[in-house]
Design a protein around this ligand. Sequence first.
Ligand SMILES: NC(=O)c1ccc[n+]([C@@H]2O[C@H](COP(=O)([O-])OP(=O)(O)OC[C@H]3O[C@@H](n4cnc5c(N)ncnc54)[C@H](O)[C@@H]3O)[C@@H](O)[C@H]2O)c1
Length: 238
Amino acid sequence: MKVALIGYGKMGHEIEKILLDRGHQIILIIDKDNQPDIKSEKFKAADVAIEFTTPHSAIENIKASTLAGVPLVCGSTGWLDRLPEMEAFVTQNNGGLFYASNFSLGVNIFFHVNEYLAKIMAKLKDYSVEMEEWHHNQKLDAPSGTAITLAEHILKEYPQKTGWVNESTTDDSKLGIISIRKGDIPGIHTVTYNSPVDTITLTHDAKSRQGFALGAVLAAEYLVGKKGIHTMNDLLTL
Ligand SMILES: NC(=O)c1ccc[n+]([C@@H]2O[C@H](COP(=O)([O-])OP(=O)(O)OC[C@H]3O[C@@H](n4cnc5c(N)ncnc54)[C@H](O)[C@@H]3O)[C@@H](O)[C@H]2O)c1
């Protein structure tokens, strides 16, 4: 397939390697210095675009890609508060969008186990729940998109909790998410249930960015020729 890469940072470079390994053609790479190329004829010739930039740029790139008629895999995090608006924009303009707060297969398995465990734990009043996520120190958003997805799945099972806060908390009506930024950590997420007698922890620890990059390329292969909104649940039959 012919691919346009938007965002040539840490993820862009990983994705490039996997695209080439799988025999795909990269026809255009867009970064900060050549942003207007998203409106070029070259961009329109792509079968699919893959976007890993920043929360703010993601919104503009989803719109521009949709208007160019190129389906977009969006990996940028930190913009999902505007998801309903973006879904409406893509649908109204007959575009295609695949988004995921985390493209790794392991994390998507982790999401399912987290939902299952939360269903059980919510009934056990002796256990409190808290989350912690660790990422590299250049990450712009906190908590991570992955932590927010995990939190949303937990909150669904705890009607007494009204939302999450980005700190440790003793307030029972909130789910605490602690965000730590250090070194070059690709991403560690831990959900902890604590009782007076024991602790249950569920952890996903990404060893590199390769898992995210492979997932994004698989999503792009899936999205070619498709319209509408797609997520990892459509790609994976878990
Ligand atoms: N969904 C996932 O699985 C997943 C995994 C890892 C990272 N991420 C997210 O992907 C995004 C990028 O991560 P990264 O580690 O590659 O960051 P990075 O800072 O290394 O790279 C971002 C790149 O985007 C470029 N950029 C910024 N604005 C742009 C624009 N308007 N048009 C084109 N390029 C632009 C920057 O110059 C930079 O090269 C972040 O939001 C991060 O949280 C998602």
